[in-house]
Design a protein around this ligand. Structure first.
Ligand code: NAD
Ligand code: TYD
Length: 349
């Protein structure tokens, strides 16, 4: 394989995937196609942007004509598709944007790849990056496996589920060379501060309330973003075509507990009296249709491909906090403008 297209490479997870592939595979030309929405930020890639095997393509996956043109021009052999609208709260206030990018955008990409690969799929691969949220919400016990029935509950997860179904339908109908992964919640550097952990880091720094939805009892399974990028590398190169792999951290936390832990780390790093940041915790109205628990059974990817998380959670969280504290300009840049408007509208702050 010579030419790899990564979509959404200016976003949180995509930027880590682009960096990994550009540095690890110097003979592979990596194209990063991104619309640079509020969540896309080329600052995430400053350290690799001048590498000879990297090229940025500014464009929108909802633009079918544009996609056809770039596929004709560059004749990619592989695609890793991450571009998406990714925030559940935004999907509740504007579901249409999620249908447009996550469903229509994915189908456009499938069609563009089909148009140049035709029936000759030898050496070709389309990797669709999805979420564990397609499986719905768990009770106190049990885990999502690759055979758990889809039961999406939010407009975001419904749009991701629909895109997964289209990818599988193309594999089944046309023999299209697709592989899908469904991953749990990621955390780490470059995550946009509308998601729980970077939002709380930002608010602690600015002495603002930490909004906890409902009672904070909801549970998520957290994975360090670089471990997700490593998993994507492993599945892209060794995963079976048409298969699905779940990726997770084996690391479940109640929201209130993870935020308390984060507060303690922040107090230590900022030289505060322990307990200072926890005073900012504020229980607010619950998210509509809030999924109670996500937990991944990641034994398939471990047994078949040998991948497992490399970092202990406390170590990953420390690394993440250090990164946000050292990169105040990044945080400053992404929290100006449109972010302020979103924050005020969503949190009435
Ligand atoms: P993100 O919101 O940080 O980044 C999304 C990127 O896609 C941005 O760079 C944005 O500019 C780009 N984009 C959005 N719409 C586009 C369009 N129409 N055309 C081209 N580019 C567009 O998202 P993320 O958290 O990095 O998630 C990346 C992928 O991983 C998504 O598909 C998401 O569903 C999936 N995922 C995320 C998580 C998580 O915890 N963040 C977990 C599992 C799966
Ligand atoms: P989030 O980071 O938005 O990821 P997802 O909804 O995809 O899991 O939220 C993680 C958890 O934190 C989720 O249960 C919702 C909760 N949450 C809050 O309690 N307060 C907040 O301000 C945000 C953004 C999320």
């Amino acid at each position: 394989m010579n030419k790899l297209l990564i979509t959404g490479g200016a976003g949180f997870i995509g930027s880590h995937v682009v960096r990994l592939f550009v540095t690890k595979y110097p003979h592979l030309k990596v194209y990063n196609l991104d619309a640079l929405t509020y969540a896309g930020n080329l600052e995430n890639l400053l350290d690799i942007e001048n590498q000879p095997n990297y090229q940025f393509l500014h464009g929108d996956i909802t633009d079918e004509g544009f996609l056809m043109q770039v596929f004709q021009e560059h004749a990619f052999d592989g695609v890793i598709h991450l571009a998406a609208e990714s925030h559940v709260d935004r999907s509740i206030s504007n579901p249409g944007a999620f249908v447009k990018t996550n469903v229509n955008g994915t189908v456009n990409l499938l069609n563009a790849a089909m148009s140049i690969w035709k029936d000759d799929f030898a050496g070709k691969r389309f990797y669709h990056v999805s979420t564990d949220e397609v499986y719905g919400s768990l009770g106190e016990t049990g885990f999502f496996t690759e055979t758990t029935a889809y039961d999406p509950q939010s407009p975001y997860s419904a749009s991701k589920a629909a895109s997964d179904h289209f990818v599988r339908a193309y594999a089944n109908t046309y023999g299209f060379p697709a592989v899908i992964t469904n991953c749990s919640n990621n955390y780490g550097p470059h995550q946009f501060p509308e998601k729980l952990l970077p939002l709380c880091i930002h608010n602690i720094k600015n002495n603002k309330p930490l909004p906890i939805y409902g009672k904070g009892e909801n549970i998520r399974d957290w994975l360090f973003v670089e471990d997700h990028a490593r998993a994507i590398d492993v599945v892209f190169h060794q995963g079976q075509l048409t298969a699905t792999y779940n990726i997770g951290g084996v690391n479940e936390w109640k929201n209130i507990d993870i935020v308390r832990l984060l507060c303690d780390i922040m107090d230590r790093k900022l030289g505060n009296v322990q307990g200072t940041s926890q005073e900012l915790i504020t229980f607010v109205k619950d998210r509509a249709g809030h999924d109670m628990r996500y937990a991944i059974d990641a034994s398939k990817i471990k047994n078949e491909l040998g991948w497992e998380p490399s970092l202990q959670f406390e170590e990953g969280l420390e690394k993440t906090v250090d990164w946000y504290l050292e990169n105040t300009d990044w945080l400053q840049n992404v929290t100006s403008g449109a972010y302020q408007a979103y924050y005020q509208k969503h949190y009435h702050a």
